[in-house]
Ligand binder design. Structure first.
Ligand code: PLP
Length: 376
């Protein structure tokens, strides 16, 4: 099908190389990495190489990477694992932002039901986060601060390096977690610049197979697992490894590492072209902040409804979304947290690019947006 795919924050097409490697691991190198024979050690070596490629993209030691099934699992491991790493966690405080992905919002809410005090820092109207407010919420009892690096609905980039520093200055014992799922491989992020204790990433957002992700754990000795079983993944994520998906993720991470700057520039060009094309439209409002990652453009056509626009675009094989895939159908909690009007929230579209997109595709989308604008 000749499709124009602008929903890369939801998921991405798998790179040819990542698909080929996953297929090879399915077909040929299928041993259990824990087995001591040749088939097992081959799988183990390939997994170690993939772990190294993911670690490199974060500037992290290879051993600090724990593979998971994706970003949701990494976030749950980070939230529950961090808090249960302390013995006295009842009554403990957890700080997070109103803009987080459902996997952080819901896992912290579950901790609230178990007796933790959960503080959610509101968003500024610009879509940015007041970092002083985050640091101000850190008390002696704060076990975890979790703030995402880049927002999945607006592309807003939060200053997590500064936040981590402020948090640790206020309480060196507080663990800092960042959900880097939307920024991984798209923006420079190196653990030497950011004192994060825990970092979540996901494979299928960077052109790797679904069912792949990872959690960076700075200090494994201090971290508790949430599942128990075998010794895989340093016993922090027991269960037989998903070798094909994880090796595919390694290949995709390697490719992002090699092309990050070129991809960023090409996607910035697409974003600029889209915004320039709709600049004169009276009813179009851009919701993404100016400092957003170019990969995500959130805009609203005031007076139109998201679902109608998504479905008309889809009938022309142009795929965009209204917001986060896992909350499809619901009105965006991020746009609401920015204090946008109900009309703005009701007519929002999330257009998310990858380096596979072209200027011609953007021009086709822009024609549709101008048509929607003219219909109001
Ligand atoms: N965190 C963010 C910011 C996301 O955008 C997503 C997915 O949309 C996730 C976490 C969950 O990742 P996964 O789909 O790999 O579970």
């Amino acid at each position: 099908m000749d499709m124009i795919y602008f929903d890369n924050s939801a998921t991405t097409r798998v790179d040819e190389e990542a698909a080929a490697i996953a297929m090879e691991m399915l077909r040929d190198t299928f041993g259990n990495p824990a087995s001591l024979h040749y088939a097992g050690t081959q799988a183990y070596l390939r997994l170690t190489a993939a772990r190294h490629q993911i670690a490199q993209l974060l500037g992290a030691p290879t051993e600090s990477i724990v593979f998971t099934s994706g970003g949701t699992e990494a976030n749950n491991m980070a939230v529950f694992g961090a808090v249960s790493s302390f013995r006295d966690w009842e009554g403990a405080r957890v700080v997070t932002s109103a803009a987080e992905h459902a996997s952080v919002l819901q896992s912290t809410a579950a901790l609230g039901e178990l007796g933790c005090e959960v503080v959610r820092i509101p968003l500024l109207q610009s879509g940015n986060l007041d970092l002083e407010a985050v640091a101000g919420a850190v008390t002696e009892n704060t076990r975890l601060v979790s703030v995402m690096a880049a927002n999945n609905e607006t592309g807003a980039v939060f200053p997590v390096a500064e936040i981590a520093e402020l948090v640790h200055r206020k309480n060196p014992g507080t663990l800092f977690h960042t959900d880097l799922v939307q920024g991984f491989g798209k923006m420079r992020f190196n653990i030497s610049d950011c004192e994060a204790d825990l970092i979540s990433v996901s494979g299928h957002k960077i052109h790797a197979p679904k069912g792949s992700g990872a959690l960076y754990v700075r200090d494994k000795a201090r971290f508790r697992p949430i599942w128990y079983g075998g010794r895989q993944e340093s016993a922090l994520r027991p269960g037989t490894e998903s070798v094909p998906a994880w090796c595919g993720m390694g290949a995709a991470a390697g490719r992002r590492m090699a092309n990050m700057r070129a991809d960023y520039e090409s996607v910035s060009g697409l974003r600029a072209l889209l915004l320039e094309s709709v600049r004169g439209c009276a009813h179009i409002r851009v919701n993404s902040p100016d400092n957003a990652l170019p990969y995500v453009v959130n805009l609203s056509v005031l007076g139109k409804k998201t679902d109608e626009m998504v479905s008309r675009l889809s009938s022309d094989n142009i795929f965009v979304s209204g917001g986060a895939a896992c909350e499809s159908g619901a009105r965006s909690h991020v746009l609401k947290a920015m204090g946008l009007t109900p009309e703005t929230v009701a007519g929002a579209l999330r257009i998310s690019f990858s380096a596979y997109n072209t200027p011609d595709e953007v021009a086709r989308l822009a024609d549709w947006l101008k048509r929607f604008d003219g219909e109001v």
